[in-house]
Design a protein around this ligand. Sequence first.
Ligand code: EPZ
Length: 417
Amino acid sequence: MSRLVIDGSRRMKGEVSVQGSKNSVLPILAATLLSGEESILYNCPDLSDVRGTINILRYLGCRVEFAGNTLICDSRPLHENSIPNSLMREMRSSIIFLGALIARTGSASMCFPGGCEIGPRPIDIHLKALEKLGVIIEDDHGVFKCYAPDGLNGAKIALSFPSVGATENVMICACAADGTTIITNAAREPEICDLADYLNSCGANISGAGEGTIVIEGVQKLKGVCHTVIPDRIAAATLLSGCAATGGRITLKQLIPSHMGAVLSIFEECGCDVLIKGSSITLDSPFIMKSPKIVRTMPYPGFPTDAQAPIMAMIAKSKGTTLFIENIFENRYLHVGGLLRMGANIKVEGKVAVLQGVESLHGTDVEAMDLRGAAALVVAGLGADGRTNVDGLKYLDRGYENIEAVLSKLGADVKRI
Ligand code: EPZ
């Protein structure tokens, strides 16, 4: 079992490009099923979640090649429309295949993706929305079988919560529906816009992505296209947190600063200088950070839940008190245990965590229990005195490509052993 060995307190400096977005490429990979042709995706991050999705695409019959950060997927040879338990377990977000499989083949079956470290991860909003399009869903002892006996028909769908996955599932499925679908209370994340851009370049007719109301006109046929995946705003936020934890100064290139508004204002509240130049961000951080008063996670464009853990790790060493309110997932403070072992002062009560900044953290052995919690332990290790050993890299590798190489390029002392 490998681990990251981090020798902390080295001021980070230098510049790197940011990886492509995990949460953009995963739904786009599912959407490649619709055309029955070959799509080429550029700027695809090499992550275990991407490889898990490729395994599903290959199981379904697609031909997939993945070299460097370019992925070719030909969904012409698709011959399956059910995903086995073994592959569902590997990839919880494989629920995103549901809408695409029904749109392409008229039916689909898969087992309930099940909860994970950060919460029960229900899919009720997905299923209710797909039923509105005419999908019948039968729960056969935890395997649900979906089919559309009268075809897919456009509908008005009001989501009870702006669920990212449910918005994506419905958007993909509605492309093949007969007529117009209107989604209200839709998620507005940049990854929704990237998916809509991919689908529209395939010949879909989607408007309003990024707004609360999305309109999808069903079309007969989509074609395979080339598409470049947007940069990963959460990976960028994580690198900036690592830099700020060391009082460093780094530049991140090839990102979209406008996707990071809520995150960048927290860095400024902490006393960092944020310089935006085109698609680059330069962060210059003070040696001692001020604590932001409140970090409240919200649907986009609010502060992203995925950045909560790395930001908490960054301000564990700061002057003042911060109130965290995690409004999106039920159990997203799994990283607090590791931070406490490193000397942080944090009290968790339900969805609230109160962080009292301390002067320094000390390195020790810590174990990750979820993806962004793993990132938080790395950020804390970068700013801690001494050596931190981070176990549980299978979580980290789900969302960060070659993180030790990226951090080393920015002057950190990080080794994978
Ligand atoms: C996506 O997850 C992201 N994953 C998550 O990133 C991200 O944290 C989340 O959106 C919120 O931004 C991918 O894009 C692959 P949701 P998703 O549906 O779609 C509840 C990471 O670290 N809910 O917006 O699963 C749900 O339990 C990952 O990269 C229902 O109750 O998020 C959660 O509390 C983690 N019923 C809230 O809504 C449903 O049917 C938000 O979930 C669906 C969701």
